[in-house]
Design a protein around this ligand. Sequence first.
Ligand code: C2E
Ligand code: MG
Ligand code: MG
Length: 281
Amino acid sequence: MSGERYLYYAPEINAEVAQRLALESKLRRAAELQQFVLHYQPKINTQNGRIIGLEALIRWNDPETGLVQPTHFIRLLEDMGLIIEVGRWVLDKALADYRHWLDQGLRPPRIAVNVSQIQLKRDDFVETVRQAIERSGVGRDSLELEITESLVMEDIEATTEKLNRIRDMGVTVAIDDFGTGYSSLRYLAKLPVASLKIDCSFIVTMVTDSDSMAIVSTVIALAHSLGLTVVAEGVTSEEQAKFLKLLKCDEMQGYHYGRPVSAKDIEPLLSKERSIVEGHE
Ligand code: C2E
Ligand code: MG
Ligand code: MG
């Protein structure tokens, strides 16, 4: 009986395993050949509409299929342990792009880099961040780290200790995808973080679903009473933006303000910002 079962399932399972193995070896090659690229998406100050930050988002430039989104490969990189090497590259590349913009006379805002649980768990994590900043020669306040809510609460003591050291270095930390995990409010109040990013799933439905609207306004109030800045992720319409402004959300990010684009394509935006600033001075 069990033999029959095995025969029945085997081809499917084998195909899945084979597919995964093929993808793993392609990703290993991608890391060797540096086929990853960073795109940048602006974060906007709700009050004055100006760019207040840039989030670096990784893509894989697969020569066979073109640009691949991170949701298709980050988990696998984590399972393979390759996220450590790729995560270091992301930090270096984001800071090098930042440096390049400074050298061009632009005034880039703080740059945010997403960090995986696997990176944060390592003992050398804080040192890795410190060295990346030193290598780039930019100020420590140029960098922000985004850590998803679900992983912050895991191993909270060790995480808090590392985040304290990160904050003492002058690097800020944001909690990403807030509302999707199970945050302990007691710990949240103690965490050395500067901002909360409300997960896009609440923003998408806030105008049509009163529960989402209630969650968004509660998170904003909670963050403010803890002295944190709030960012709304995935803002796609003017209507959402209007509500978020009324609710006193500090920052907004989403296709309504700009999709993630290459480092080159973000430069015109930064030049525009510079001329606005200079016009005011
Ligand atoms: P995230 O950090 O929450 O990033 C926000 C995601 O929402 C990005 O997807 C962004 O392109 C997308 N987005 C922004 N505005 C809108 C909008 O208005 N509508 C919709 N539908 N989506 C919007 P992306 O680039 O595919 O990244 C997905 C996730 O992959 C990120 O979520 C982050 O968790 C992870 N990721 C991206 N880059 C890195 C990286 O360098 N390292 C690590 N460890 N994870 C990364
Ligand atoms: Mg993020
Ligand atoms: Mg997010």
